[in-house]
Design a binder for this molecule. Structure first.
Ligand SMILES: Cc1ncc(COP(=O)(O)O)c(C=O)c1O
Length: 367
């Protein structure tokens, strides 16, 4: 039997009756948007992330765009981010007419490297925002990054789409920046049964601005108070699903963490899975680094294991973006990691037999 990269139907099959109950309630109520489930989800998310304001939106890309808009990012602005995180932050900046400015990541953790950020901040004029993505389920060194950003007077947006539920002693991922965003895309640790996203902030002013920008720029109904508002809302079915799933996310994060630790222990000395012990890591993806990716991928495929690459092309080398991105510092680690990363299956409903099959195949890769 093969091991699939993910199997979302396994979880939703178990939730079938409780989800159908909520959906029936929504259908009967006639309240499809901005209803009681959205209200409940906002309040659950506020306490989960220790923030005061939550704006529910249509997906994680809209969350990033609206968060950047709320900080005044527009045509001609510059937004610092990393180039190894799937391009979501660069794409959001470019869609607003802003220029992404890339800094390098740590070779060990694949997260934004504070020293590289410091050099980029010193080298050119002040950027308008910094997007810190907590990648693969691991928290970036957020305290150091926010300190550097604050000293330079630049607001930080944390993207917690891949690290929902991660935390360090000082607080949960998403509680450190001026704003944070997430995606509830189905494969995320907290995912829905379709597209959805959210923006978090403890600033009332920024939260109010996000709420206006996400709904046509309206202050009150039909009164446009913010220029360039969009329409991005979460519907009640996703809000109800997420209310149900929020209660199991921490338990599932622990299951993911255990799977990743197990896989890491199966690898020889030239390979490792990017991870950390403890709650600063929530095992969104099991991403190994290997000096022989093509060979390893082929061997895993032959052993029936599906793999993926997160992500094969750094943002500054994307064909449509090459000329639009600033690279003020060398991006050596970003480029090396793009050649070495290989993701293996990691999801909470993996069976013991599947975990064993992956473990044995990883051991067989040898030294
Ligand atoms: C870190 C990160 N940010 C943003 C997004 C974009 O989210 P969405 O697909 O919901 O637009 C994703 C991917 O889904 C992501 O992994």
């Amino acid at each position: 039997m093969g091991v699939r990269f993910n199997d979302l139907g396994r979880t939703s099959k178990l939730e079938r009756s409780s989800l159908l109950e909520d959906i029936a309630m929504i259908l009967e109520s006639g309240s499809f948007l901005n209803g009681p489930f959205s209200e409940r989800l906002r309040s659950m998310l506020k306490s989960s992330l220790s923030v005061n304001g939550v704006t529910l939106v249509g997906n994680g890309t809209d969350a990033l765009r609206v968060a950047l808009m709320s900080l005044g990012v527009t045509s001609g602005s510059r937004v610092v981010t990393v180039g190894n995180a799937g391009g979501y932050a660069s794409g959001a900046a470019l869609s607003l007419g802003a220029t992404p400015v890339l800094v390098d990541v740590s070779a060990e953790t694949a997260q934004m490297e504070p020293d590289s950020l410091r050099r980029a901040l010193e080298s050119r004029e002040r950027p308008d925002a910094i997007v810190v993505t907590h990648l693969y389920g691991l928290m970036a060194p957020i305290i150091e990054l926010v300190d550097l950003a604050s000293a330079a007077g630049v607001p930080v947006v944390e993207d917690v789409a891949q690290a929902f539920g991660a935390r360090i002693a000082e607080g949960p991922a998403g509680s450190f920046g001026s704003l944070a965003t997430t995606s509830f895309y189905p494969t995320k640790n907290l995912g829905s049964i379709g597209d959805a996203g959210a923006i978090f902030s403890s600033s009332k002013e920024l939260s109010d601005r996000c709420a206006r920008l996400a709904q046509y720029g309206w202050g009150e109904r039909y009164v446009v108070e913010s220029l360039s508002g969009v329409n991005s809302r979460m519907d009640e079915i996703h809000a109800a699903t997420l209310c149900q799933r929020l209660s199991s996310v921490h338990h599932q994060n622990a299951q993911r963490r255990a799977i990743v630790a197990d896989f890491n222990a199966s690898l020889g000395p030239k390979r490792r899975v990017i991870h950390a012990e403890g709650e600063s890591f929530v095992g969104h993806l099991a991403v190994m680094t290997t000096p022989e990716r093509d060979r390893d991928r082929e061997r895993l495929t032959n052993a029936g294991i599906e793999t993926a690459i997160h992500y094969p092309i750094p943002d500054h080398l994307q064909p449509a973006w090459e000329k639009l991105i600033e690279t003020p510092v060398p991006l050596a680690n970003t480029e090396t990691l793009a050649r070495q990363v290989l993701s293996v299956p990691c999801f909470p409903s993996m069976t013991e037999a599947e975990i064993d099959q992956v473990r044995v195949a990883l051991e067989a890769l040898g030294d």
